[in-house]
Design a protein around this ligand. Structure first.
Ligand SMILES: Cc1cc2nc3c(=O)[nH]c(=O)nc-3n(C[C@H](O)[C@H](O)[C@H](O)COP(=O)(O)OP(=O)(O)OC[C@H]3O[C@@H](n4cnc5c(N)ncnc54)[C@H](O)[C@@H]3O)c2cc1C
Length: 216
């Protein structure tokens, strides 16, 4: 299917959001991703991007870490509005389990994409939830206004003036486990974070069936 670029926004110095108009209605489950590629490019040049659904919108939004030589992110960074990109069908099993009784969402960087999508899911209302979002510097924070009020933002390399949480998300996992002993965990971001938090959860006795993750 083809998507037409209708909006580009710089969210941080390294993260951009892209809004597209799909040629046909785009049906997906919040948390899923698609393979995007330039029109006519070989399949090996397709790259995975999580869908960020905008509430009450027919448009499709993605957030991308900018790579100037990226097959997809590099192309879109210099593409004009009206440019076309190809998408495969939505896929992935990183979706909310409606049977959860409590949820903790853990995201680093653009791993926030499917988590924000979850906030628009019909299943989000089935359980209370808490989010922890980790980035390096103040300037890397984006979409803080889209996070629920009880969300935590932690900076691994904050400036001296930062008065919020400090450290990587792993520094706060144990406190969250204590506060949410029966939660289902949904993690998305870089491989090291997912691997480390997963190990912390398993060591603390969290059931593997309650640990969901998407690795970027
Ligand atoms: C299920 C899933 C969902 C994902 N969702 C998202 C998402 O929503 N947002 C997001 O930002 N990412 C997401 N990712 C990660 C994303 O798919 C990869 O980072 C992908 O490589 C990005 O494509 P690109 O077009 O930016 O660059 P690519 O085309 O992959 O990179 C082009 C070339 O640049 C080289 N390169 C890559 N990084 C660097 C670097 N830092 N410096 C120098 N050269 C480099 C590579 O070797 C490659 O040859 C997701 C991954 C998965 C598995």
């Amino acid at each position: 299917m083809q998507l037409t670029l209708i909006k580009k926004t710089d969210l941080t110095p390294t993260v951009k959001s892209y809004t597209f108009k799909p040629e046909l209605p785009f049906i997906f489950e919040p948390g899923q991703f698609v393979m995007l590629k330039q029109v006519g490019a070989e399949q090996k040049c397709a790259r995975a991007f999580s869908i960020v659904s905008e509430k009450d919108s027919d448009d499709i939004v993605f957030i991308m870490k900018h790579n100037p030589v990226g097959h997809v992110s590099g192309f879109l960074a210099t593409a004009e509005l009206g440019a076309i990109i190809e998408t495969g069908a939505p896929v992935g099993r990183f979706v909310l389990n409606p049977a959860d009784t409590d949820r903790v969402f853990v995201a680093t960087g653009t791993g926030l994409a499917p988590i924000v999508s979850f906030f628009n899911s019909k299943n989000i209302a089935t359980a209370p939830h808490t989010t922890i979002f980790g980035v390096r510097h103040e300037e890397d924070i984006f979409w803080a206004d889209r996070l629920p009020k009880n969300s935590l933002i932690t900076l691994s390399q904050p400036s001296e003036s930062w008065e919020g949480l400090k450290g990587r998300v792993t520094a706060h996992t144990e406190a969250l486990i204590s506060e949410h002993p029966n939660a289902a965990w949904y993690m998305c971001g870089n491989p090291e974070m997912v691997s480390e938090v997963r190990a912390q959860l398993i060591a603390a006795g969290v059931e593997k069936t309650a640990i969901h993750f998407e690795i970027y």
